[in-house]
Design a protein around this ligand. Structure first.
Ligand SMILES: O=P(O)(O)OC[C@H]1O[C@H](O[C@H]2O[C@H](CO)[C@@H](O)[C@H](O)[C@H]2O)[C@H](O)[C@@H](O)[C@@H]1O
Length: 262
């Protein structure tokens, strides 16, 4: 009986491996494809977009403890980095985008360090509603052990099962997503009118699919999904986990440095 169960597990594992290998043929590893990628990227400005949870930081049961490693911190200390929270609904840049100025969602101010900041928040008017929702949910959720409400400013996440990725998100119903945020950032930094840039987007979540789609639509760049199982995706390449993401970023940084000093 024992050996029957074991062989059923073995068969199942074998099937999974087979389907993962088949999937990899369509979404090859970005590490294995590195040489082919840099052959296209040579001489171009790389614009790297990175998701956080599950991409830079491994998934952990407590979202408040989703920290990045020291190695990743080395990257995020770079000067020319922009942070976009709440699925791209909370973006701060030094300049902002002229194209989006009329929408009235950009707020300009000078921060404590004396630097100019333009905040882009397309769901600004939803803020009071989101706050109300958080209060209601916090009351409801406290009776369920292990469940918690996470305030992501413009979205609310209800984490309802510990030690896995079960999460329910409540978001403003606006036509905005990570794909549109990517377009906003490309426009803000003047890439839309340029022909010598290449966007790379690495993400593990379904919400990252909008960004993959935009990159596919641009007809240039590398959409990379982080997954160790076959997934329906618009990404062209894959990386298995956060360790592989780091390996890829280190290789990319080394190559870019060598290229710019050559
Ligand atoms: O679409 P994303 O930007 O990737 O956001 C999806 C959710 O990511 C975070 O939750 C996930 O990571 C947590 C920390 O590792 C983990 O505890 C949770 O189970 C995962 O679902 C974030 O905390 C959520 O607010 C996002 O909705």
């Amino acid at each position: 009986m024992g050996s029957l169960t074991e062989s059923a597990v073995d068969n199942n594992h074998g099937d999974l491996l087979d389907s993962y290998r088949t999937w990899l043929e369509e979404h090859p590893s970005a590490l294995d494809s590195f040489e082919a990628m840099i052959a296209v990227a040579g001489g171009k400005k790389l614009v790297l977009f990175l998701d956080y949870d599950g991409t830079l930081s491994p998934i952990v049961d407590d979202p408040n403890k989703a920290f990045i490693s020291d190695a990743v911190k080395g990257f995020v200390k770079l000067d020319n980095i922009v942070y976009a929270g709440s699925h791209g609904m909370d973006i701060s840049t030094p300049t902002g985008s002229l194209k989006y100025e009329d929408e009235g969602h950009q707020t300009k101010f000078v921060d404590e360090q004396g630097s100019k900041v333009v905040k882009f928040q397309p769901a600004q008017e939803f803020l009071p509603t989101v706050k109300e929702i958080i209060q209601v949910l916090e009351q409801k959720v406290k009776t369920f052990e292990g469940a918690m409400v996470e305030d992501n400013r413009f979205c609310v996440s209800v984490h309802y099962r510990h030690v896995n990725e079960k999460v329910l998100e409540i978001k403003p119903s606006i036509n905005w997503n990570k794909g549109r945020a990517l377009e906003y950032l490309l426009d803000t930094f003047g890439f839309t009118s340029s022909s010598d840039f290449l966007p790379l987007y690495i993400g593990d979540d379904t919400t990252d699919e909008d960004a993959f789609e935009v990159i596919q639509g641009l007809g240039r760049g590398f959409p990379i999904i982080v997954s160790s199982v076959p997934r329906d995706t618009k990404a062209s390449y894959s990386l298995r986990d956060t360790d592989e993401v780091m390996d890829f970023m280190v290789r990319l940084a080394k190559w870019k440095k060598a290229e710019s000093t050559a």
